[in-house]
Design a protein around this ligand. Structure first.
Ligand code: HEM
Length: 157
């Protein structure tokens, strides 16, 4: 069972790395960007920092997905996806899929161009929208972390 212990350790490392970064962007970077006197400057700062963090999030997402899939295959957890008290298994895959689509498909394909266009037209509104979307992603992630950590360690729902 050392392989499962290693998979859990890597899984938790990936989640700390990734969701910790999402929390930082949501609660520190975006409010700081919105507080800048010139919203265009704020959006430019957000884009510079987020561009670098996106590579961290992509790597952490891959590690979380690979370690999670390994555990599902080895432990034979597929049937539990249909058991209501294991809702947190479905929530993990949902949150993972959401971030994967944004980080690997939407951002490179059109979000970057859209942000560049909005940075001159409506920077303050764009920052507000980004902050709201990040709060939704963070709240979903926190509920999932709490549900998965409690559920995987014996909490009976
Ligand atoms: C494709 C994506 C993912 C898969 C396949 C997956 C799968 C798993 C599996 C199989 C476990 C072990 C469950 C058990 O021991 O019964 C687990 C644990 C856990 N996962 Fe995920 N997961 C994924 C994504 C995520 C995400 C996105 C989060 C957080 C937002 C997350 C947070 C956790 C936590 C906190 C644990 C509990 C670790 C522990 O205390 O043992 N996982 N995951």
């Amino acid at each position: 069972m050392n392989d499962i212990a290693l998979a859990v350790a890597l899984h938790i490392l990936a989640i700390v790395w990734w969701i910790g970064g999402v929390a930082m962007v949501t609660t520190v970077l975006l409010p700081a960007a919105r507080a800048m006197a010139d919203p265009r400057e704020g959006l430019a700062m957000f884009r510079r920092i987020e561009e670098r963090f996106a590579w961290h999030a992509r790597a952490a997402t891959l590690l979380a997905g690979a370690s999670g899939l390994y555990m599902i295959l080895v432990l034979g957890l597929w049937p539990y996806f249909f058991v209501p008290s294991y809702w947190w298994l479905d929530a993990m895959v949902f949150v993972w899929a959401l971030f994967t689509v944004v980080l690997f498909i939407a951002e490179p394909l059109f979000v970057d161009d859209w942000l560049a266009a909005r940075s001159t037209k409506a920077p303050a509104e764009t920052l507000l929208l980004l902050q709201r979307l990040h709060w939704i992603a963070l709240i979903l992630s926190v509920i999932t972390v709490l549900g998965a950590a409690a559920g995987a360690n014996g909490w009976a729902y």
